[in-house]
Design a protein around this ligand. Structure first.
Ligand SMILES: *Cc1c(COP(=O)(O)O)cnc(C)c1O
Length: 359
């Protein structure tokens, strides 16, 4: 640590991204990325004219993209904030509305970034334990006086809360901010974005990283009241006015407009996921059915950490967690049908060898 680094970051815990080893070619199913490319319209939009336009600054208001997103979800651009990935959107949201000592809450098992941010900026955070079945205990969030951050569906359990339950949380106290991170909403879940029309304490965050196959483009957005969005823009203009590149802006607009491609990709992922989950169940795995682009399952006869290591040896990266409540689970991103068949045959081989050793 340098002489200059602020004391207040002493307890910082940087977020640890899924590993990206370069020693060989891996099938990377550990970060919920996509095995499908972005819409071909995205490539078309990022054409040479746009590349040449990089000689100028991008639009700091990101108007075209905010308009396109707003039209898609039924809101004016003034109610849409866009940022460099959902992570940055969440960051701006917290920077705008949370200061050291403020009370927030989120589940004990959820997207790690919430704790990272809360620790770094010394929020007074509480992690409510998920219930025994790893679902969110909605009443805890209804009854707390803390601001709320929930991933819905949750990552890594893949379990979703109904919009009616979200509304119970939001409606309880208009002075309490509720941030709902809908990174996986497009895989067969109902978005709570319609509640933004009724409540002014709700921020709904989504991303192009999952269902629009564009994690590398870094595009995320929030939909909320006009006041909240304008506050976040004030902070953005005080921190990084040109936070979105011109390529991200035109690519994002093109991705939003290509609804047909979007639906085809999402449907395909849902189909492959359901088949993969069936196949795991038939093999005796404990499958937590999800409505996301990943599967979450436990193995009856090998520890998840060993399974994770064995898969890595065979060129397949998946996510394993140290938290004692889920350390017998693996999270695996849904790739193409062929990729998931490769995973299944590797799982069979790993378990087969284990049985051989046992007898
Ligand atoms: C993947 C993910 C994000 C990150 O989205 P980016 O747009 O890539 O920053 C945010 N929240 C959850 C719950 C996620 O799983």
């Amino acid at each position: 640590m340098s002489y200059f680094f602020l004391d207040e970051y002493e307890h910082m815990e940087p977020y640890v991204p899924g590993e990206m080893p370069k020693d060989r070619e891996y099938l990377k199913l550990n970060a919920n990325e996509s095995s499908y490319p972005p819409s071909p319209k995205v490539l078309e939009a990022m054409n040479s004219a746009e590349v040449n336009s990089m000689a100028h600054y991008s639009d700091p208001h990101c108007m075209e993209l905010r308009k396109a997103i707003g039209e898609e979800y039924g809101f004016p651009a003034e109610q849409v904030f866009v940022g460099n990935g959902a992570d940055e959107v969440l960051g701006f949201c917290m920077m705008s509305f949370f200061k050291p000592g403020m009370k927030v809450c989120f589940p004990d098992i959820t997207y790690d970034f919430y704790r990272t941010y809360s620790t770094t900026y010394r929020l007074d955070f509480e992690q409510f334990p998920l219930k025994q079945d790893l679902s969110v205990d909605v009443d805890e969030y209804v009854n707390t006086d803390r601001d709320v951050i929930l991933a819905n569906p949750n990552n890594p359990t893949g379990k979703a809360i109904s919009v009616a339950d979200i509304e119970r949380i939001v409606a309880k106290d208009p002075k309490r901010m509720v941030i709902i991170d809908e990174a996986y909403v497009d895989y067969g879940n109902e978005s709570c974005v319609s509640l933004v029309k009724k409540y002014s304490n709700l921020v709904v965050v989504q991303t192009f990283s999952k269902s629009r196959n564009m994690p590398g483009a870094r595009i995320g957005f929030a939909i909320s009241s006009e006041d909240i969005i304008s506050d976040m823009n004030k902070i953005k203009f005080a921190f990084n006015p040109f936070n979105m590149s011109s390529l991200a802006i035109v690519g994002g607009v093109a991705a939003i407009h290509d609804k047909d491609y979007f639906h085809r990709c999402v449907n395909e992922v849902e189909r492959v996921r359901a088949d993969f989950e069936d196949a795991l169940e038939n093999r005796g795995f404990g499958v937590m059915r999800t409505t996301t682009n990943f599967a979450f399952f436990s193995c009856p006869d090998i520890s998840a950490s060993e399974l994770c290591k064995e898969l890595k040896k065979r060129g397949i990266l998946v996510r394993h967690y140290n938290d004692s409540r889920i350390n017998n689970y693996l999270r695996i991103t849904i790739g193409t049908e062929k990729e998931m068949q490769r995973v299944l045959s590797q799982l069979d081989e790993i378990r087969g060898r284990k049985y051989d050793r046992a007898c």
